[in-house]
Structures are given as C-alpha cells and as structure tokens.
Design a protein around this ligand. Structure first.
Ligand SMILES: [Zn+2]
Length: 391
C-alpha cells in the first residue's frame, strides 16, 4: 500500500516504519484538503530543481512534475534548498563536544536551517525533527538544560505528528524530555537556593582563601629566604621584609589571575592562550627588558599597567634607597662622571617619577589593589562559570 504513493518535492505525507508492529505507516505532516493527492518523498528534497530531477530520473526513471517542479526554475527556491543541503551536511559531520564556541556556531546553523524550511514552506517534519534534536543536544552540551528541554519538546511534537504518539521513537523522546524537565527543575531549585543564600557561599570563600594563605605564607618564606641570601642582598630586616612581602603579593596575584582564567577555560592550553598575551607585554614593558628611559612614549601605558614593573620597582627602591656608592665622587657634576654616587640617582634613571613619589609603601598599595581586583574578578568568574554550570 505504502508503495502506491507518488513523489512530491514538498510532500504532504511521511512514511514511518514501526518496528514494534512491523508496519509501514503513512501520516500526513500538514493540513490536507479534501480531494488533494497524498504524496511522500522518494529522495532528500533539499537540493536544486536540476539536482532533484537528476536523482529521480536516475533512481526511479521519471521526470518529476510535482507542484514545486512544475513551476519551473526558481532561483530563490534553488538557493534556499541548496543552502539547506549544505547546512544539514555540515551539521551531520560535527559532533557536539568539541568546543563551546563551535557549539554556539552550530546552534546558529540549526536556527538558520529551520528558518530556511519555513521560508521555503516545506511540510517535511522529519528534517525539522532532526534539527530540533541536534539543537537539544547542543544546548545540553552547553549546560543549558532549560533550552535543551524546549528544543526536545518541539522534537516531540514533530515525532507525535509523523510517527504517532505510541511509536517507540516518540516514547523514547518523551522519556528524554521528562528526564530533562526534572533536571531543569532541579537545576533551577539549586540555583535559587544558591542565589538566595549567598551568605552560605561566604564561609566557603573564607575557608578557601584562609587555607590558601596558610599554605602560601610558609611556602613563600621557604623559597624567598634562601634566594635572598644566595643573591647576597643586605642583611637588613626592613629590606628582607619588603622582599618577602612583594614576592608574596606577586605570587598571590599570579594565583588569583590563573584561577580566574582557569574557571573559564577547559584546559592548560586554554589558560595559556589567555594569560600569555597578558604576561608578554607586562614583562616586556616592565622597565627591565627595555630600560625605562628607552621605552617609546606610545608604549608607556603598558609600563604603568604592568604589575611586574610595580613589583620590580618596589624591590629596586627598597634596595637602593639611602645607599651611597663610595667609589663615585658625588661632588663632580653628573655630566663629568660615568657613575652614580647615590642610590637615589640610580633610581631616578631606572624607575619612573610616579614610583619615586609613591615610595615603597605606595607601591605596595598599588600591588595590593591589583591583587584585590584580581580577587574580585576571580570570585565573579567562579560564580559565573562554575556555579552557574557553564563549565
Ligand atoms: Zn518535484
């Protein structure tokens, strides 16, 4: 019986095999007027007129004279149908799960495909069903359970229309949709609980950062003390204190920045891809790779923004402040000698005026501000990326 149906390039019926009952069912996929011929499609109709004609001739030995084909060449329809073929082919070849960016662009493709089906006025529901299922899988991969459930609902409606509500595939879709709905409700409840009880997150952060500090303070002392002594820096409690405090602040800032970026990226490569473009200019314009007085004016903003510069300026200032170089005659004018008589003279050349004005306490405050900004960024990133379920 099913083999008696004629072909149409915009068929109003679809054939579905029911494996449980071992019957081929033909159901209408759109409204049908009394007396209107019922047709199914023999081939994938997402192709140009000439392409469809060629396939039907080759596979079924007839020239299609369906309503669409008898209108003759229609450039708009041809371009829409060939774009559908390309888009669905691209979607068939990509599995969700490579990258979030590609999941997003694949979703755009699905939406474009659905738009094209509507613009072309295709009755075909099985192609729409595949698109809805693909969109549901992509949204689920992105962690958007509610979105995924919405797409699956639309897939279910299609399946009920063309396969019937008791078809095994429809039942399976319904079960999946119900599971997703439960998951979405649970997620919404958890999110509500989390947002309603921010106070509950505060002890978590306190414990996290206190634990972190408890580890980092002895660790910094353990490696900074031998390093300080090995370099042969002066045995002066003030200078040693500044050295340890600065290295500690830099270390914390690096950890906080790394953790903030880590919350958004999937692996070490993703982390590096964000951090390296920030670290390279911060190092290059820190005043030590290129000396401060040789940095072109246009690059100076990078110098002032570099946390490495501030940390190095603190170390240099604490080391050279108040130092007198005995082998250099301070009474000779600067232009006549090739040396610096005092630490201040050296610092004037090696560091910027702002650093000299701020002094060690001021610069430590700058580093602390950097750390606090990094910390806030870190908390925000963790909230958005981890607790909201986007990673
Ligand atoms: Zn046709």
């Amino acid at each position: 019986m099913a083999s008696r149906f004629n072909h149409s390039c915009n068929a109003n019926c679809e054939q579905v095999w029911n494996k449980e009952q071992c019957v081929m069912e033909v159901r209408s996929c759109t409204d049908v007027e009394a007396g209107q011929e019922l047709c199914v499609r023999y081939i994938d109709i997402r192709g140009t007129l000439s392409c469809r004609q060629y396939l039907l001739k080759k596979m079924f030995s007839f020239d299609c004279v369906c309503q669409v084909c008898s209108r003759g060449t229609d450039d708009d329809s041809d371009s829409r149908r060939s774009e559908m073929a390309c888009l669905s082919d691209e979607l068939d070849h990509v599995e969700p799960g490579e990258e979030e960016v590609s999941a997003r662009s694949q979703l755009r493709r699905v939406k474009k495909l659905l738009e094209l089906y509507d613009q072309e006025g295709l009755h075909d529901q099985s192609s729409r069903l595949l698109a809805f299922e693909a969109a549901a899988a992509l949204e689920q991969y992105r962690g958007n359970i509610t979105g995924s459930h919405r797409w699956l609902q639309r897939a279910l409606q299609c399946s009920e229309l063309i396969r019937g509500s008791e078809h095994p595939d429809t039942r399976q879709l319904r079960e999946r949709a119900e599971e997703l709905q439960t998951l979405a409700l649970n997620q919404a409840a958890e999110k509500g609980e989390y947002y309603d009880g921010v106070y509950q997150v505060l002890p978590y952060y306190m414990a996290y950062y206190l634990g972190f500090l408890a580890m980092q303070i002895p660790w910094t002392l353990a490696w900074a003390t031998p390093l300080y002594l090995l370099i042969g820096l002066p045995l002066d409690p003030y200078r040693f204190g500044v050295f340890v405090l600065t290295t500690f602040l830099v270390l914390l800032f690096a950890c906080v920045a790394g953790s903030a970026v880590g919350a958004k990226s999937r692996d070490a490569d993703g982390n590096r891809a964000v951090l390296m473009p920030l670290i390279i200019p911060a190092t290059l314009f820190s005043g030590y790779v290129i000396p401060f007085d040789q940095i072109p004016k246009i690059w100076l903003p990078f110098y002032y923004m570099s946390p490495i510069m501030w940390a190095m300026s603190i170390l240099e200032t604490s080391l050279y402040e108040g130092v007198v170089f005995e082998d250099c005659n301070p009474n000779a004018p600067m232009w006549r000698r090739r040396c610096w008589a005092t630490g201040e003279e050296y610092l004037e050349h090696a560091t910027c005026e702002t650093a000299q004005k701020l002094g060690v306490p001021g610069m430590l405050a700058v580093c602390t501000v950097y750390l606090l900004v990094g910390l806030l960024l870190n908390i925000r990133m963790i909230h958005r990326a981890v607790l909201d379920g986007n990673v």
